[in-house]
Design a protein around this ligand. Structure first.
Ligand SMILES: [Zn+2]
Length: 317
């Protein structure tokens, strides 16, 4: 069901040379193609598939995506993001497209914002049912008038969408003139991605349908009528762990992310125990811990972050 057009350059000029990368949850292989514009990569997913690539292994359990301690860190990180948004933008009405467990929105709501979420994934139904935020489906969102929101967040979601361009267009319609759009995505042009290729932690095929470079994302935003006001690191948690897990994957390329699944605990780990690969990934930490730290520092210094966050506003006429 993926759109075959590059969301950055709007052409279909995917390279013939492909990489075959495997899904850490199902071990299915997927071809990843590069667009000739250099701004975007694309995961080829067969149109006919019976496999639910999200499902319980991805969302793990109704208690959280991770084991309790890691879930708390994850939640703390989202509260920090919410603090940042509140301090810098003082939003009144916030929409998050793809809110996951809605930790950002819950924190913004506690500060007095009016918050809404679109989350179409069936696996996330319980999240909306158990959360205090207002969940909307596409039809409900379509009823909101133009310029309804002064902050729209798309946090590690754009890469999952079959048609990212239409989501940016919809956000453009719903954003106030002075409103802010905030997008965070993995950066395919980061050093960690280019060094580790299919072993890159943030590749996450086939759930990530598009893989944007930093320049590609910026170009796409400009093409959809935005001006980028700031580019920041996607955060230490995502970027440093991205390095560590990607390097650890190089030691067990056939069973990537095994350490991540162990940290997740719950269904993701129990359904597919791989102790041998886990031990290899843990023992190789003597190498990937220091190397990953250096890589992380290099990315922060050069601005070539493993995950990148962009802030944008509607461009004036
Ligand atoms: Zn392109």
């Amino acid at each position: 069901m993926t759109n075959n057009t590059c969301p950055v350059c709007q052409r279909a000029q995917w390279s013939a040379t492909t990489q075959s990368c495997s899904d850490y949850l199902t071990q299915h292989s997927f071809q990843v193609q590069a667009c000739q514009c250099g701004g975007c990569y694309h995961t080829e997913v067969p149109e006919e598939t019976d496999t639910d690539y999200y499902g319980t292994a991805y969302y793990n359990s109704d208690k959280g995506k991770f084991s309790p301690l890691v879930e708390q860190i994850f939640r703390w990180n989202h509260r920090r993001n919410a603090d940042f948004f509140y301090t810098h933008f003082s939003p009144r009405k916030v929409l998050e497209i793809g809110c996951g467990r809605a930790y950002i929105l819950q924190a913004l709501k506690a500060k007095g914002c009016e918050v809404y979420c679109v989350e179409s994934s069936q696996a996330a139904e319980w999240i909306l049912a158990n959360s205090t935020v207002v969940g909307l489906d596409d039809a409900q969102l379509a009823k909101f008038p133009q310029q309804s929101f002064d902050l729209i967040i798309i946090w590690h979601v754009l890469e999952h969408l079959p048609d990212p361009v239409s989501s940016l267009q919809r956000a453009h319609h719903l954003l106030t003139e002075q409103g802010n759009l905030c997008i965070s995505v993995p950066n395919r042009s980061s050093f960690q991605a280019r060094l580790t290729q299919c072993c890159w932690f943030h590749l996450d095929v086939p759930r990530h349908l598009f893989h944007f470079t930093r320049e590609g994302l910026q170009q796409m935003l400009m093409a959809q009528g935005y001006e980028v006001t700031a580019v920041r690191s996607g955060g230490i948690l995502q970027n440093l762990y991205g390095w560590w897990q990607s390097l650890a994957n190089l030691f067990t390329p056939k069973t990537p992310n095994v350490l991540y699944r162990f940290l997740q605990g719950g269904n993701a780990w129990r359904n597919n125990l791989q102790y041998r690969a886990l031990i290899i990934q843990i023992l190789s930490a003597v190498i990937w811990l220091p190397v990953g730290l250096l890589g992380y520092i290099l990315e922060e210094i050069t601005g070539n972050y493993g995950t990148v966050t962009m802030f944008a506003r509607k461009r004036g006429e």
